[in-house]
Design a protein around this ligand. Structure first.
Ligand code: ZN
Length: 136
């Protein structure tokens, strides 16, 4: 279970409200995750959290067929994917509503929120119903 801290707190607060947020640099416009106290591109500390569309595409993924982590044994086979958001940042997540054999690079996806506790909602992604762009 994630443990929000001072840096990641706004990300998890957004997720709880079913809003996907990334850090945006006010100096150069770069948007990124995970949160940091400086822009990784220009080192500015002038940063703000912004809501993003929740749309993106699968950048890479794996499917776990063996038990490496006891907590996920019941979920086998499960996927772990990198999704590249339309706004640029990539985040590690799980794809839902999609058979492992149907996952493809560049497939359009959109965020859904899995309310796992009263405090924590996990951003996950499902195949997009209305893709914002075609796979390249
Ligand atoms: Zn910057």
């Amino acid at each position: 279970m994630p443990r929000p801290n001072k840096l990641s707190g706004p990300y998890w607060e957004g997720a709880k409200e079913h809003e996907l947020r990334v850090v945006s640099c006010s100096a150069c416009g770069h948007k990124f995750l995970p949160a940091a106290d400086r822009c990784p591109k220009c080192l500015s500390k002038d940063l703000e959290w912004v809501k993003v569309s929740g749309r993106g595409k699968v950048w890479s993924w794996v499917v776990f067929h063996q038990r490496y982590f006891a907590a996920f044994e019941a979920d086998i086979p499960y996927n772990v994917a990198y999704v590249e958001l339309d706004e640029g940042p990539r985040l590690m997540t799980n794809l839902v509503d999609c058979a492992p054999s149907d996952i493809r690079c560049d497939m359009a996806v959109e965020v859904v929120f899995d309310d796992v506790t009263a405090e924590i909602s996990l951003p996950k992604f499902k195949p997009a119903e209305h893709p914002s762009r075609k796979p390249s």
